[in-house]
Design a protein around this ligand. Structure first.
Ligand code: FNR
Length: 393
């Protein structure tokens, strides 16, 4: 921010435009058909994704005037027992090497350089150990695609590695026990997890428990039979609907730190998360990639915030594309907003620098949206539903 406004026009030119609305279009021109279908594709007709976007426009930030201030608004946020300098995080996105050869290594390094927490996906194309190295002293969290109860030993092994490598919070994704009905990938006959090199299996292939199980069953190392190894890993991380609320006790026992459930949309489930002692929830519909015909995620946030906002930390994603989207989600009760596709477009367009540019731009926009709205900080006292006006447009 200060780089752009404080130095007049003498700031270092970014790798691509500041127009956040143009990032997707620019990235589309640079991707293969398969990668494009994978990142831009949605469930079925794309209705949920369209609703995610459209619903933001029903909320307006109504600016206040003559609010005396000489500094930019504070973006500091408090959640999960931590104070963090900015209220955005890198959403977990798998198989990032299909977007850039450096994949997660580039995005984790960018996150650290911008002081933005990084959420590692269980479907990453890089090992958690390598990502931790690239992320250095950054804040990093771990997203689990949760193997079925018959593989609790594998889950425990993965959690232990994550903790040992500095991932401090566990995110459990609950909306992806099976991949959604995604026509783009179906038309392309494309599943990055089942490519011969199974690019999304780094977590499994580097895990001692998974390696041992594979050898016991097939009598050979993973590297000698990648096709079968890929198939087996996919059944571990997308294990059908094998868990109930009571199984969260296992994760609590094996994870010494905050646990956040990702993919909550209903008030009932939000209340269940509170009852089961969870530390946070991500109100998310996976960017409309899983279930078609669902509600806009920001509308769910409003309802969930009213019902349980004072009892559990709320995080939010799905459809966030610019600074004012972030401001609206914060005003509706989120303490942190996860950035998904926009940083993937940055990765496509400029690797680590591209991701940094996206994060900086979003934070710059957010800062100006608040500043111009007379909102001195993102604390609930200053930024809340009273800053917004709702209208069916
Ligand atoms: C995702 N998302 C996701 N979520 C998760 O928990 N684990 C994962 O491995 C992935 N992988 C993934 C890949 C790609 C290509 C995308 C676009 C998304 C979902 C992600 O964390 C987030 O919920 C959505 O991206 C939010 O929607 P928008 O804002 O990107 O539309």
């Amino acid at each position: 921010m200060a780089n752009v406004y404080g130095k007049g026009l003498e700031y270092e030119k970014p790798p691509f435009t500041f127009h956040s609305t143009e990032w997707e279009g620019l990235a589309r021109d640079r991707m293969s058909k398969n990668s494009l279908g994978y990142v831009c594709g949605n469930a079925s007709t794309g209705e949920t994704d369209r609703k995610n976007r459209a619903a933001f426009q029903k909320w307006s930030i109504v600016p206040r005037r003559l609010v005396k201030t000489t500094t930019f608004p504070s973006l500091e946020t408090h959640l999960l027992g931590q104070t963090l300098p900015v209220p955005i995080a890198i959403a977990p996105v798998g198989v990032q090497r299909i977007f850039n050869p450096d994949g997660e290594i580039a995005s984790a390094a960018a996150a650290a350089s911008e002081n933005v927490p990084y959420i590692f996906s269980s479907a990453s194309a890089s090992t958690l150990e390598d990502v931790a190295k690239a992320n250095g002293n950054g804040t990093r969290w771990f997203q689990l695609y949760w193997p079925g109860n018959e593989h609790n030993d594998l889950t425990a092994s993965i959690l232990k590695r994550a903790k040992a490598n500095g991932f401090s919070t566990l995110f459990v994704t609950l909306d992806t026990y099976k991949l959604g009905w995604r026509p783009s990938d179906l038309d392309n006959a494309y599943n990055p997890f089942l490519r011969p090199d199974s690019i999304g299996a780094a977590l499994g292939y580097s895990d001692p428990v998974f390696r041992r199980q594979f050898k016991e069953k097939h009598g050979k190392e993973i590297e000698e039979d990648l096709q079968n190894a890929a198939k087996e890993w996919i059944t571990r991380i997308f294990p059908d609907f094998s868990h109930g609320w009571e199984d969260l006790a296992f994760l609590r026992k094996h994870w010494d730190g905050p646990i956040v459930l990702k993919g909550i949309q209903s008030v009932q489930d939000a209340k269940m998360a509170v009852e089961h002692g969870m530390d946070g929830i991500v109100v998310s519909n996976h960017g409309g990639r899983q279930q078609d015909g669902g509600p806009a995620s920001i509308d769910c946030l409003e309802r969930i915030s009213k019902a349980v906002g004072s009892k559990i930390d709320l995080l939010f994603d799905s459809g966030v594309r610019c600074g004012s989207d972030i401001a609206k989600a914060l005003a509706l009760g989120a303490k942190m907003v996860l950035i998904g596709r926009p940083y993937v477009y940055g990765l496509v367009l400029g690797g680590q620098d591209g991701v940094s540019h996206v994060l900086r731009s979003l934070l710059g926009e957010l800062t100006m949206d608040l500043h111009l709205g007379g909102i001195p900080s993102i604390s609930e006292k200053h930024l809340n539903i009273d800053c917004l006006e709702y209208s069916e447009c």
